[in-house]
Design a protein around this ligand. Structure first.
Ligand SMILES: [Zn+2]
Length: 68
């Protein structure tokens, strides 16, 4: 296996399809766009794992002192 230390894996989920995939961070935007384009006529169903998103938001909020 190749060590992609600079390219962390990001889970993306699509509730409409019930699928969950992990893709390299550098490909997230591409994969989301392709999935939504191919499966949902361009509608935005697939997204970055909501759990991860809220974690990012937590970190961002902590950064600016909202959760102190
Ligand atoms: Zn889908």
């Amino acid at each position: 296996m190749t060590d992609n230390g600079d390219d962390p894996a990001v889970p993306i989920v699509c509730e409409a399809c019930g699928t969950e995939t992990t893709v390299p961070l550098s490909e997230v935007a591409d994969q989301l766009a392709r999935h939504n384009e191919n499966r949902h006529d361009g509608e935005e169903h697939a997204e970055v794992d909501p759990g991860l998103k809220s974690r990012i938001q937590d970190l961002a909020a902590r950064d600016i002192g909202l959760l102190e």
